[in-house]
Design a protein. Sequence first.
Length: 275
Amino acid sequence: MGDKKSYTSSFARIYDDIMSSVPYDLWYKYLQELLNSYDKDPDKIMDMACGTGNMSLRFAQDHKDIVGIDKSSSMLEIARQKIQKNECDITFFQKDVRNFNFPRQFDFVFCIFDSLNYILNIKDLEKVFSNVYKSLKKNGIFIFDLNTVSRLMSIEPGTTVFSGKNYTCFWEDIIDLKQTTWKVQLKIYFNDDQSQYFEEIHKETGYKKEDIISLLTSVGFSKVKVYKAFTFDEGKDSDNRLYYVVCKNNLQEKKLSLLNRFKKKVKWKFLSSCD
């Protein structure tokens, strides 16, 4: 099969190709609808755990002042290549979401594509929420999504093979029912050197809705709303993915006609991934 080799940028090199079917435009539209429901039109925005910058780019093209942060230097390298190609003004920083601060504050912070499921314990998640709270302006808003425990535990164990122009990736889903974790083990072979493969492991855990709400309010957030993904229906632990919307003060959600418009579920095909 070949020899194992450690190479941190291996998954970053193929990430966008493997995730090519992800409906980023739909996600962007849904974030906009959520913001509209709170009568928010933010200017200064943080994309937390931004990966290769797919959502950052959409906000920048909408003339927003956006900052992206991510722990992976390899992902950020690709994100910077994108902004040069698209001539967008985005600033990216390599930062851990559990430990960051900025001299400036933001109107809006978002973190999507189950990035916070990678935070594997409640104490670290509390650090994330506290950092976000400090980074928001008064009246600022924070939106994030999470895979539910139900979703993670429903993933079928097994191996999927992804092939591209210059690579083959073996993606193995591993479920730990006792620890309620989903692990992905990747083995990536590049065509220019089939004698070696690059291995990476990614891991997610799920949290109960009530625990997340309690954690958010404990760090100072108010008016926590939880939605089933891509709807305005109240989110439940039995749903696959939940969106959380919280504010830095007691903003009231607007009762707009768009709520009824979005009551109709948006059908989507979930593609599990590691951001």
